[in-house]
Design a protein. Sequence first.
Length: 168
Amino acid sequence: MTKEEQLFSQHRGGTLLLDSNLLLLFLAGNLGSDFLQRFPRVREYDFDDYELLRQTLKQFKTILTTPHVLTEITNLANKLSGADRVEWSEYLVRFITSDAVQEKWIAARELALAGEFIEFGITDSAIGAIASEALVLTDDFPLSGNLRSRGFDVWNFKELRSIWDGIY
């Protein structure tokens, strides 16, 4: 069994912590493939990426997030306009208030004093501050490397395809 398979087995049915890019991909994809294609901030992904993420998230009971992650995805969605912005905002409200989402607050002051703040910023520092509470899924190699070096359980989304068949 690979390390990734072990992590999956250990965390399956539990909590998954997504970075901002992947949460944005998941939410935009949930609004449909047309919406996903129109959303400028997720253009680096395709519908297959969304589907892989969706199938992965189905294996977990809870999505863990922070106000910093939610603020970042809201800011990234500010480029939407008209009906897309309304649809996005209404869906985001339903997502945030769902029972499947758990939000953990960490004071910015505490994050600013953490060693990772200078290199990673407030959002990724917040992820690092609660990484012990969930399996972290990110597409950010520097963040995943930092978290692994600190002993946290982390998957990099860009590696997920290669382990998909062994896990599911």
